[in-house]
Ligand binder design. Sequence first.
Ligand SMILES: [Zn+2]
Length: 240
Amino acid sequence: MPPSSSTTRPPSPRGSFGHALAGLLDVLLPSDCVGCGAERTQLCPACRRVLTASRPGPTALPWAHAAAPYAGPVRQLLLAHKERGALRLAGPLGEALGRAVCSALGTRAGAAPLLLVPMPSARAAVRARGQDPTLRLAGAAARSLRRAGLDARATQLLRHARPVADQSGLNAAERRRNLHGALTVLPRVRRGLAGRQPVLVDDLVTTGASLAEAARALAAAGLPARAAATVAATGVRPEG
Ligand SMILES: [Zn+2]
């Protein structure tokens, strides 16, 4: 009798099962570097260095710091993590995000326990991907900060209060109008957060309109954000 494996085919990678499968394969199989295509390593030393050696700096919003410009390997790494469920990239990307958090807070980083608040993904996107990449990045950043001796945790506090129009093609003022009132704070998760410094975190900042709306929602709920941090930024090049 021939081995039954000759008749099995991989299921089509679709929906959350497909992403769970992609995540499993991500763990099991060696793959090429998502940053540059170098063979047999998911993140080659050169691309890892782009992340670890970058110096975080301010973005379009002075209170939001990014670890690196959104270009080259960093862009490829973020896309693979967000769109293709490359779970193992959460570690190095979270580390970069942690450094951006410290850069944004400066000397206040160690002044009080930190609460990393990820930007909420649209529910449809979470369903389609089977996971929330921004929440995972926030968790990885909190772990990296704890390894550095800081008290940090990540909690999702924000959700969409209403649908928003696609932001692409809108200028900064139009984005602000489109987003005003779009986010709200979840009512049930506020316990145990007293005394923590909320810091907004995201994978990418462009105009900063989404982060500004998130800051408005947190402030309206009595939890003003001290700063924001992202892995990457477009437009403005982060500097030391
Ligand atoms: Zn590479």
